[in-house]
Design a protein around this ligand. Sequence first.
Ligand code: NAG
Ligand code: NAG
Ligand code: NAG
Length: 432
Amino acid sequence: MSPSDSMPYKILIFYTLITFCTWLAQGEPGKCRDGITKNITPHQLLRQDLFCSYDKESRPVIDFHKNVTVDLKLFVKFFVFDEHKNVLEVHAWLAMSWTDEGLKWNPPDYSNINVLHVKDYDIWMPDISIYNSGNMETNGAWDYTHCVVYSTGIVLCVPTLKWSAQCKANLQQWPFDQQNCTMTIGSWSQSGEQLDINLKDQGIGLEDFASNREWELLKSSAKKEVTKYSSAPNSTYQSIDFHFHIKRHADAYAATVIIPSLAIALLTLGSYWLDPNKSNRLAACCISTLCHCLYLQYLGLKLPVNGTMTPIIILLYRDSLIITSMALVLAVVVERMSSSSNDTSATSAAIPAWLDRFVGVVLDHKAVQLLLLGKFDSKRGDGTSLMENGTQSNEGKQNKDWFILVTIINRLGFLVSLITYFILYIALIPKY
Ligand SMILES: *[C@@H]1O[C@H](CO)[C@@H](O)[C@H](O)[C@H]1NC(C)=O
Ligand SMILES: *[C@@H]1O[C@H](CO)[C@@H](O)[C@H](O)[C@H]1NC(C)=O
Ligand SMILES: *[C@@H]1O[C@H](CO)[C@@H](O)[C@H](O)[C@H]1NC(C)=O
């Protein structure tokens, strides 16, 4: 026999051998047992039997037109709210369970094993992710987890996850603000006819919830939404909305921002009662202005830009700064007037005639009398003490005119500031 003749026989024998080995390896049809007998534990045998023909990409139902019902509950562990990024970060466990038709077995066949532990990437998983993600870098699911499979086919998975949901902060009432945040989750690609999501006892659990130092969780709830689109009339789309209503712990901010605003407002008001001749009045106004500017800078850095809704506390400081600037201007004017009234040279001290007349008219008014606390009567300049010295009388009258004018300006300034502050605090102080 020539070598060329023997070639087909060799190929035939080789082919037969391969086929035999493949048949051995396959074992019984449907139960792809390892043909090579070796010491194999029931657990290994169970895994082999379950997974040899398992396809983790296909939905675990025998009838394709049936849905997989996933029971779901979110156990919130803690959350972080970032008002700069407008994101609510929820750290939670997502408990899910469903029935996998391909993962059922008869425990007596496998030494009564009725629970199997598997990795989530070895089995079919519902593609549940977050819709309103505040961080598009991640795929909005979880890394990986271990799941428990029971012999009835029930699969239980509890992945840990950190999902950040977009949540637009409204800081108008800062620091007494409350935020409403919603985290929407659902199947990424499947309709409700394929994957039916069910909330299990309210859908949200706060066991082991670690409270936040800055925020108090007032209320949390879960709601299932079913939407239908006209473009797909035979399908429904399901999503779950988790609502979180949170409130800021405001006590610390009330102590560091609200109370100081009152204190520096009092400093501004108090400055009207200081002696206009001394420069400490000017100093008080300057310190108050400086404090306002420092607080405005602090708030500007602390609070993110909030669109058109400027936080009320910033408006309060702004308006208070304007009132204080007025007080500062008035302090300068009054000091100037006082110093000119103390000036003995008659020319510089002369009060303009129209002002003199004005003071005279105004002094007769009952309201002005009230304002000056009855310190001066309308017959100014007739005071006996000033008339005692004849040479001084004219200067004395001049001095007194200036003094009355300064006092009127002071009292008016104080009254206007007080009323403005009153209205400001009533209107702007955030409500609890
Ligand atoms: C937040 O939602 C609650 C109801 O859950 C409502 O009472 C409250 O007024 C809302 N707050 C804001 C700031 O929208
Ligand atoms: C999913 O299947 C269950 C049980 O077969 C059924 O009761 C339910 O209505 C189905 N859900 C949807 C959205 O079709
Ligand atoms: C929806 O279902 C109806 C009845 O089963 C069918 O006639 C129709 O073609 C379906 N529509 C689409 C968009 O699948």
